[in-house]
Design a protein around this ligand. Structure first.
Ligand code: NDP
Length: 326
């Protein structure tokens, strides 16, 4: 018997409840994992509150992230006791996910825990941190270096934004952080942000081209803010777009692309190939300062998840929320 957060639908509305389940109820998969930690991402918030069409069938155990230990494995790649981490692959959307004390999963979805990383740290990073690192790698592949000039991060006080600020600052970039919450100034500067930019100042419709302010950018919000970021990006700069916290539209023009050689690189962490994922996790283990992570994360229990899910959808969660199964 083990505890799990279970999503069901009643009269078209999603209900979330902690229940006791049996191992035999778990879906198919080669590897049975004892989950030590999960984490709460924006997507989990949409799934648990039912405010986004994330879950494809009910009942569903949410949780796109998990870290734990292998209990049983029918695949030679894993043995009992191995520490593993999982993000994405539709887990918590189409396959029961991490917000449970146990999960049964496909071996191909699991990444061996990087050396010197523990399960809690892995979940402080989670999908949000992996996505942040994939965005940084996209900027580097676009040719960005710290010498090129200031770099912008939008949705900076959120999960992806916070980790992006830390990684970029640790790599020597001058990071400018867009936030709608001025009260997070001390937090964001503590993570390494050089200066704050108000969300309001970025939210007005831009002209086709604006003054060039940013050598590169990581955008987690989309919509008019992303359009403004593109219009303000330096000649030859790269923008990594990964999110839609403000909306999925992109009301832009071709001008930044055809007159300023701006590159817009989409970033997906869910179906990201294993080799790139492993590369990103190795870099996270090496390059993310542990001290900064302490500021970013705080833990909650399984029972508190529905409340925090509502808060993350409303943009009220700061940094990363770790779900502790113990
Ligand atoms: P969070 O809720 O933790 O962060 C989102 C942040 O966006 C908020 O903290 C807030 O930052 C800002 N924000 C919220 N609402 C608005 C708004 N209406 N207008 C402008 N800014 C807003 O979410 P995550 O960091 O987990 O995810 C961020 C985005 O990235 C989401 O859209 C998520 O779906 C996406 N994502 C995509 C992935 C991929 O693989 N492509 C993987 C992970 C996430 P502040 O208060 O500082 O303004």
């Amino acid at each position: 018997m083990f505890r799990a957060l279970v999503l069901d639908q009643q009269d078209g509305k999603t209900q979330a409840q902690v229940r006791t389940l049996q191992e035999s109820q778990l879906p198919e998969g080669e590897v049975l994992v004892a989950v030590d930690y999960s984490s709460l991402n924006f997507k989990d918030g949409l799934a648990i509150t039912g405010s986004g069409k994330i879950v494809s069938q009910f009942p569903m155990v949410p949780g796109v992230d998990l870290a734990g230990r292998v209990l049983e494995s029918a695949d030679d790649a894993f043995s009992p006791g191995d520490a593993v981490v999982l993000t994405g692959w539709g887990v918590g959307e189409r396959h029961w996910g991490g917000m449970a004390e146990k999960a049964r999963l496909k071996a191909d979805w699991l990444v061996p825990m990087p050396q010197d990383m523990d399960a809690r740290t892995a979940m402080m990073i989670g999908t949000a941190g992996l996505t942040a690192m994939l965005c940084v790698m996209a900027l580097e592949e676009g040719g960005l270096t710290p010498a090129a000039g200031p770099v912008l991060v939008t949705g900076a006080a959120g999960g992806v934004g916070s980790v992006s600020v830390v990684i970029l600052a640790a790599l020597g970039y001058e990071v400018h952080a867009v936030t709608g919450r001025p009260e997070t100034e001390a937090y964001l500067k503590g993570l390494g942000a050089h200066a704050l930019v108000s969300r309001e100042s970025m939210a007005s419709k831009p002209r086709a081209l604006e003054a060039q302010r940013w050598a590169g950018a990581i955008d987690t919000v989309g919509d008019t803010i992303l359009a403004r970021v593109l219009a303000e990006t330096h000649y030859g700069g790269t923008v990594a777009a990964c999110g839609l916290a403000a909306g999925f539209s992109l009301p832009t023009t071709v001008m930044p692309f055809i007159l300023r050689n701006v590159r817009l690189q989409g970033v997906d962490s869910v179906m990201c190939p294993l080799s790139r994922r492993q590369q990103a996790w190795q870099r996270l283990a090496r390059e993310l300062p542990a001290a900064a992570l302490g500021e970013i994360g705080h833990s909650i229990g399984l029972d508190e998840v529905p409340d925090y899910a509502q808060r993350i959808v409303e943009g009220q969660v700061r940094g990363r929320v770790i779900v502790d199964m113990s």
